[in-house]
Ligand binder design. Structure first.
Ligand code: DLZ
Length: 158
């Protein structure tokens, strides 16, 4: 579990194209401190697994499904990425509880700068049948169109 509070801005230092995946090497001095093989690290909000690490760099394999659903497929050597380690049990949860399991990519529709912050408008990707059953239906959606969200037959009805 993550909180969405970014710990540092890391960088992609190598990209290797595998048959149906990509192997990324990333630099992140904060998130690699004490990192172990098998640990999770969120890269631009996407939960990935550390398969190797050395010094301030770690390697993660990104499978085709992840490349399809997230914006990680657009990354290249030199790209800066938001990095976050999972939340430690017992610590204060700033931000939100975030799984790092991305459903899809939105699009930035506009940015309105103001003196202290910017309002960023982002489109939400339409739910595909493959992801919509993973989302809990909101009460209004469920009552408005109960048959529009395919779910496994074993799911309790809303
Ligand atoms: C822990 C984890 N590790 C990886 C990984 O090392 N490589 C990968 O491609 N996907 C991983 N995932 C699943 C992704 O987070 C998930 O596929 C994306 O968020 C898209 O839904 C997860 C959940």
């Amino acid at each position: 579990m993550f909180t969405g509070i970014v710990e540092e801005l890391g960088e992609i230092t190598a990209v290797e194209n595998l048959d149906d995946a990509c192997r990324f090497r990333l630099r992140g001095p904060v998130v690699t401190e004490g990192a172990k093989h098998g640990d999770s690290i969120a890269v631009n909000g996407v939960c990935l697994t550390v398969v190797a690490h050395e010094g301030d760099e770690f390697t993660a394999d990104v499978m085709a499904e992840t490349l399809k659903r997230s914006s990680l497929g657009a990354l290249a050597v030199g790209s800066r990425v938001n990095l976050e380690r999972p939340t430690a049990v017992g610590s204060r949860l700033g931000g939100h509880i975030v799984q790092g399991h991305v459903d899809g990519t939105g699009e930035i529709l506009g940015r309105e700068p103001s003196e202290h912050w910017e309002i960023v408008k982002i489109s939400s990707p339409p739910a595909s049948p493959a992801t919509s059953w993973r989302r809990a239906p909101s009460p209004s959606t469920a009552s408005a169109s109960p048959s529009s969200t395919p779910r496994p037959t074993s799911s309790p009805s809303a």
